[in-house]
Design a protein around this ligand. Structure first.
Ligand SMILES: N[C@@H](CCC(=O)N[C@@H](CS)C(=O)NCC(=O)O)C(=O)O
Length: 373
């Protein structure tokens, strides 16, 4: 047993983003302890440091406090890990980051819909989860707030049928993929798996209604969820599969339909959001280092009218999406290589998922998203 103080992960079992960080820690074999948000240190010490009530938060043995799943993962990537999360091949990297965006941002439609539109059927399960963190009275308040987010995520009467069809299609396509590979890009997890697991564990793989659909419709997908939450690589049924990504920067053929499905799901909404952010920056002209919103707990710049499949929706625009997607282009790639990657993404309808150009980026300072000019 090691005596050094381990990493501390503040989070809760039913939190989408805590799941992403937890899977990473477990898959990499990093020693950590998890503390719930009800731990006295969270309110007294961590929240004041982070500047907003948000999870997960990682505290390192040196006392550094890090919020955001990307920054948590990058903290370990920079120090070297057993299974590096970012593919070295530029196409695989771009695909992986786009899948990360899909699982962690775009799929909030699916995950929040199944969690809150079926609240009645899941009340005991959800109430238990939310009360464990914050007590019964507070649980009702938090649950009401979470449920109130649905319209701004694009979950409406008109879009719900599309959201459910999308979840079922994704399950069918992934079920086929996992016949061939234990992870999205081959024999070990990468940032694509950590992004997709965000929605696929805490909400869709765990809440009673969507988990039942997953288990009955797509057993191999459920096994991947189990695999992602297990320590190390849990790949017993893939004997002979090396713990490597597919060689030669290739995309596994069984993943290609998944990528086309993602394209059909994220456009035109993503483009409309990017245009909205461009226009906002043009109008407001934020300075380098300015926080992206006035208040740290506020995530959205405004609402944009767009479509989810053929349903009209009006959705909140989070600059954070740029923080995620800007990473699709590997650092140091030359223009020609970037163009090649974008052209190949175009084969899947994903060419416009990589935000290029513009005289600004979204970075992070002191655990808050800021504009970079
Ligand atoms: N970009 C953040 C998102 C974290 C996040 O949204 N966490 C949720 C729980 S899963 C939260 O703390 N929400 C608090 C709230 O909305 O009030 C990350 O990747 O860590």
């Amino acid at each position: 047993m090691s005596t050094a103080s381990p990493y501390i992960l503040y989070g809760v079992p039913h939190s989408l983003y805590t799941g992403k960080a937890r899977c990473y820690l477990r898959n990499q074999g990093i020693e950590y302890v998890e503390r719930p948000t009800s731990h006295p240190d969270f309110a007294s010490r961590i929240v004041p440091l982070i500047g907003r009530g948000i999870i997960p938060v990682l505290e390192t043995p040196d006392g550094e406090v890090i919020q955001d799943t990307i920054d948590i993962i990058d903290h370990f990537e920079q120090r070297g890990v057993q299974y590096p999360a970012y593919p070295e091949g530029p196409l695989q990297r771009a695909v992986a980051v786009i899948i990360e965006y899909y699982g962690g941002q775009a799929m909030l439609k699916q995950s929040m819909h199944y969690r809150w539109s079926y609240r009645e059927q899941q009340e005991a399960f959800l109430h238990h989860a939310f009360a464990s963190g914050s007590g019964a009275d507070f649980a009702d308040k938090v649950m009401g707030r979470m449920q109130s987010y649905l319209p701004r995520l694009g979950v409406t009467e008109q879009s719900i049928a599309h959201i459910e069809r999308s979840y079922e299609t994704l399950l069918d396509l992934l079920e086929d993929h996992f016949q061939h590979w234990p992870y999205l890009l081959g024999g070990r997890p990468c940032i694509a798996d950590y992004g997709l697991i965000a929605s696929m564990f805490a909400h869709l793989g765990r809440d009673p209604v969507p988990a039942q659909i997953m288990k009955t419709r797509a057993p191999r997908v459920y096994r991947w969820v189990e695999r992602m939450t297990a320590p190390g690589l849990d790949v017993t049924e893939y004997a002979g599969c090396a713990a490597e990504l597919v060689a030669g920067d290739r995309i596994p053929p069984s993943l290609e339909p998944v990528l086309r499905h993602i394209a059909a799901d994220i456009f035109p909404e993503l483009t409309d959001k990017l245009v909205f952010i461009d226009a906002w920056v043009d109008r407001v002209q934020p300075a380098d280092g300015d926080p992206v919103t006035d208040k740290p707990q506020q995530r959205q710049l405004g609402l944009v009218k767009t479509h989810y499949h053929d349903a009209p929706v009006e959705v909140g625009v989070e600059p954070y999406l740029l923080y995620v997607l800007q990473r699709a282009v590997a650092p140091g790639l030359e223009t020609g290589q970037v163009q090649q990657v974008v052209a190949k993404l175009g084969d899947y309808g994903l060419g416009k998922a990589v935000p290029l150009g513009g005289d600004y980026r979204v970075g992070r300072q002191n655990n808050i998203e800021v504009w970079q000019r």
